[in-house]
Design a protein. Structure first.
Length: 257
């Protein structure tokens, strides 16, 4: 009688059969070792965030691993990739799981849970993974409802807010490189230039947006704030006068109704 017939409630058929003839552990705090691991003969590579990394290097190691998984093509080399997260009794664990899976989850084959004391520990990580998957699904649904410009722009803001500068800049450039020509696309292109540090082109596209839709008070206010932050009070005042005039026109229209 086979194991699955005796203890079917404890047996789980692997979703994918992977070669595991040899295994290589690489500390996340040693990025100089990543390419060596990539080109090694090991079938299975686990990038370590736990015992091999000192407490002072935990955050840096996590970022190193995210960059390595994003930049290097491990699948092309036939590697099975696992990441050993920090144990559940540390404050590093939840951020390990969230940052890894939200940014490079599609590059990871397995997560290695250290010092698991019971099946409940595995359940906790599984629950967190399920929540991340749901969150990403809703985010994609939200972005799909936005214009392509808005989608790239807001995704760039999300990456920037989480500290992933490279990914954020990539989304802002994706927004800039689209070729649609209307006031909305000009606005998002201008704001993307703002975030990549090109104030001259930011001003250009915000002004184009306003020229195409003079009633967009939000774009005008954004340009005013840009001028004020750069110490260009006279330019800001000119656009402030536009807003004041529009508001007075609206007030007059309401009073005559």
């Amino acid at each position: 009688m086979v194991l699955s017939e005796i203890m079917s409630h404890l047996y789980f058929k692997p979703k994918k059969t992977r070669l595991h003839r040899s295994e290589l552990a690489v500390p996340g705090s040693s990025p100089q070792m990543f390419e060596k691991a990539l080109n090694s003969n090991a079938d299975y590579v686990f990038l370590d965030l736990e015992d091999a990394v000192s407490p002072n290097d935990k955050v840096t190691a996590r970022k190193n691993i995210i960059e390595a998984l994003g930049d290097l093509d491990w699948r092309e080399k036939g590697k099975t990739i696992s990441v050993r997260i920090n144990s559940l009794d540390t404050h590093y664990m939840y951020r390990d799981v969230i940052d890894l899976m939200e940014n490079v989850g599609d590059k990871i084959d397995t997560l290695l849970i250290p010092k698991a004391g019971s099946s409940s520990d595995v359940y906790m990580v599984d629950c967190l993974l399920s929540q991340i998957e749901e969150s990403k699904k809703y985010l994609l649904e939200f972005l799909s409802k936005q214009s392509s410009y808005a989608g790239h722009y807001y995704l760039g803001l999300i990456f920037a807010g989480e500290g992933y500068v490279k990914e954020a800049l990539g989304e802002f450039w994706n927004c800039i490189e689209l070729t649609q020509d209307d006031s909305v696309s000009d606005y998002y292109r201008g704001m993307s230039y703002h975030h990549v540090g090109n104030m001259k082109l930011c001003e250009k596209y915000l002004k184009l947006s306003i020229a195409k839709d003079p009633e967009d008070l939000g774009a005008i206010q954004t340009l005013i704030q840009l001028y004020e932050s750069n110490g260009e009070g006279q330019k800001a005042y000119e656009y402030y006068e536009q807003i004041r005039a529009k508001k007075e026109t609206l007030r007059s229209m309401r009073e005559t109704m």
